[in-house]
Design a protein. Structure first.
Length: 144
């Protein structure tokens, strides 16, 4: 964590690329998913516990992704995740995937805005439990 921004480093592997060794477009969503999961975990919001204790899961409501440049095989990337909005049963996050260079975080590769809703195991929307909402409030970008 860097303030309220979660940083998740990763490297591009062969399985995430196409025949031209460029990152396949759907892989960016996988990178973002991994980063969100780790952000939740380091902030005490374990998915397994949410399911087992409360019968709740986060589901993607909508995602908007903008591809700015191409990532390639072996590139080092970083996913920056910020909670930008919280509703009674939802949250919105901004995720930026950037190249990592010798001088630190480099140019953005893609920007993703994702809205998640919390649902029970039957898929019905539920209000965010108080402890989950409190943890997410601490992560929320005050400018968001």
């Amino acid at each position: 964590m860097d303030g309220n921004v979660h940083l998740y480093p990763l490297r591009v592997y062969y399985e995430e690329t196409d025949a031209g060794r460029m990152v396949y477009h759907a892989a960016y969503l996988k990178f973002a998913e991994r980063a969100r999961t780790e952000m939740m975990r380091v902030n005490g919001l374990d998915h397994t516990e949410m399911i087992e204790k409360f019968g709740l899961v986060f589901a993607v409501h909508s995602a908007e992704i903008r591809y700015l440049r191409q990532a390639k095989l072996e590139d080092e990337l970083i996913v920056q995740t910020t909670v930008t909005a919280l509703g009674g049963a939802s949250m919105t996050m901004d995720q930026r995937i950037s190249l990592v260079g010798d001088d630190g975080i480099g140019p953005a590769i893609s920007n993703i805005q994702i809205k998640l809703v919390i649902v029970d195991e039957g898929g019905k929307p539920q209000r965010l439990p108080t402890h989950i909402k409190s943890a997410l409030e601490r992560l929320r970008d005050e400018k968001g």
